[in-house]
Design a protein around this ligand. Structure first.
Ligand code: FAD
Length: 424
């Protein structure tokens, strides 16, 4: 590592976390190079357009959960419109479609999570001696929302998450009307305006570092390698776990944390129809819960949209259908719920992205197993003021698996570097 530095900081990966860090550092006066494997920025925020849909369609993150101040401020700065999704909830059980309360039994149990200790959620639930039907609903809710296995996710993390959500009105949900991808695109725009440089289609393969310097190797012959004073690793947990990017030395506590945290599984399929065929049976539908169906959760993004998105989260997503078979399973589920056999002929377009098998994510989003609630804090350390990790899995505020967690983690790195004894 003898040659001069190419820049002050290399940021590895341009999801919302990496973009937030890169923008903040560049605006603070550092020379920053951002390296991204894909041909686009945004990572798990990925918006597409579908035939027949008057709104952009999300393939990854869709909702702004509650009123997280940093994301609300960014949306405001970028001139984006946040539209609250209100409407009615329906449930389909024993062949009947009825208007329902929003998973109220799940919320009641989550309010009873123990103040002390940490155990797998399924063990805690068993100790509550709830009727079988209620326990199943609660398990479905926890697994679906957290993309988690109820036998693994810990009560300490769920409690921390509950408290964090209460602080931001987490039960409210909003869409970014112009498309969620406008968030990462705005961050990129600000980063470039502050003098930052970005290389797309540049997968990082290896990071070697010691105090005060880092060498980042890539598989892009036009970039090859960069030498910097610091490196920010904003790769997803799934990629870190797979070890396809080597970090040497990997600090012991970071390795432990990466091993302990879990990358959850979630699958979504978005179906764009010729007409809102559900309006008669389920007027005003926003969410529909169909426990026991292959695709058990559905939502309609807006009262004037003929789009339905189906969701499978947790273990059933990991082993469930994908691609064409997911489209078939989704249409079959809706056909049963609404007693229709002609839905295939009403379908104009559809989309689904396999985040589990996408080598650039290797999962949907992270969750915290019992006994690992400190793991994200361990990853959030500034290692020798040179190596930093960010990304939703490094969130220390209990909001793992969200866009605002990714933002928060990027902002934490900006603060840590700003406060560090080594100047840019
Ligand atoms: C299906 C789904 C639904 C979701 N729904 C919501 C929601 O409604 N609301 C919400 O708040 N959150 C939601 N999330 C979670 C949210 O999308 C993530 O928490 C957030 O976008 C993660 O940002 P990140 O920057 O940490 O990681 P990512 O967005 O994954 O960014 C990591 C980047 O690393 C890049 N990369 C990978 N390997 C390399 C390499 N070797 N070299 C260089 N770059 C590399 C990737 O291409 C990617 O751009 C959802 C996620 C999924 C998958």
């Amino acid at each position: 590592m003898a040659r001069a530095f190419d820049c002050d900081v290399v940021v590895v990966a341009a999801g919302v976390a990496g973009l937030t860090a890169a923008r903040g550092l560049a605006e603070a006066g550092a020379s920053v190079v951002l390296l991204e494997a894909a041909e686009r920025v945004g990572g798990r925020v990925h918006t597409v357009r579908l035939a027949g849909s008057n709104l952009p369609v999300e393939t990854g993150a869709e909702f702004v959960h509650g009123r997280p101040p940093e994301l609300i401020a960014l949306a405001h700065e970028a001139g984006l419109t946040l539209v609250e999704r209100e409407g009615k909830f329906y449930s389909f059980e024993n062949g009947r479609l009825d208007e329902a309360e929003w998973e109220d039994s799940a919320f009641e149990v989550l309010d009873q999570l123990p103040e002390e200790g940490d155990q797998p959620f399924s063990e805690f639930l068993a100790s509550q001696k709830l009727p079988e039907k209620t326990a199943k609903r609660v398990t479905d809710y926890v697994e679906g929302f957290n993309a988690a296995d109820a036998r693994v996710i810990g009560t300490a993390a769920l409690r921390k998450q509950q408290q964090a959500e209460e602080a931001i009105e987490g039960e409210r949900i909003f869409h970014v009307l112009e498309g969620y991808d406008r968030v990462p695109l705005f961050l990129l725009d600000r980063f470039l305006a502050a003098g930052g440089r970005v290389h797309l289609e540049t997968p990082v393969t290896e990071i070697t570092w010691k105090r005060g310097e880092a060498l980042v190797r890539t598989a892009n012959a036009a970039v090859m390698e960069l030498r910097a004073r610091r490196v920010v690793v904003a790769l997803p947990l799934g990629v870190l776990k797979a070890g396809t990017v080597t970090v040497s030395p990997m600090p012991q506590q970071a390795a432990e944390a990466i091993r302990k945290l879990v990358m959850g599984a979630a699958t979504r399929v978005t179906l764009s129809f010729r007409e809102r065929f559900w309006d008669e049976d389920a007027p005003g539908l926003s969410f529909l819960f169909a426990a026991g169906e292959v695709v058990p959760v559905w939502w309609n993004p807006a009262a004037d949209s003929a789009v339905l998105t189906g969701w499978i989260g947790g273990p059933s997503a990991a082993r469930g259908p994908m691609g064409e078979s997911l489209r078939h399973a989704g249409l079959a589920t809706l056909g049963r719920i609404f007693g229709r056999e002609d839905l295939g002929s009403l379908l104009l377009d559809w989309n689904s992205h396999d985040w589990q098998r996408d080598p650039l994510s290797l999962g949907a989003y992270s969750y915290v197993p019992a006994g690992a609630v400190e793991a994200s804090e361990a990853l959030a350390e500034a290692f020798e003021d040179t190596l930093y990790f960010c990304g939703e899995h490094t969130d220390t505020t209990g909001q793992w698996g969200t866009v605002h967690a990714a933002m928060r983690s990027g902002m934490r790195v900006v603060r840590a570097i700003g406060n560090s004894p080594v100047s840019h």
